[in-house]
Design a protein around this ligand. Structure first.
Ligand SMILES: [Zn+2]
Ligand SMILES: [Zn+2]
Length: 104
């Protein structure tokens, strides 16, 4: 068995390697660890979906002169790409602009 000096005996090694904590750590519960795994798996699936699919653009809103809010392009340029009315389904990251909250 591989020795993991950073991980206390009896703790869940994959959880420690991934999150730095596990259900056996103080102030942690099995439900918390399960939620962490589920969140991680969900993120991985979303990331994979975004990488494998072409971007989904937002449909132009009324009064926007037919320009999509996500990347400032007209839908006629979205050949072979998808558009959606659901803001949560938009995967287009748009033109590279610096966000006001500091996230690039
Ligand atoms: Zn632990
Ligand atoms: Zn777009």
């Amino acid at each position: 068995m591989i020795n993991h000096p950073d991980i206390p005996l009896g703790h869940i090694i994959p959880a420690h390697q991934t999150f730095g904590w596990c259900a056996h750590c103080p102030d942690r519960t099995p439900a918390e660890e399960l939620a962490a795994w589920q969140t991680r798996e969900l993120r991985r699936m979303v990331d994979e979906a975004r990488q494998s699919e072409s971007p989904v653009h937002a449909v132009p809103l009324p009064g926007s002169n037919g320009i999509s809010s996500c990347c400032g392009r007209p839908p006629c340029e979205f050949v072979g790409e998808r558009v959606t009315r659901d803001p949560d389904a938009v995967t287009c990251t748009g033109p590279v602009v610096s966000q006001p909250d500091g996230e690039a």
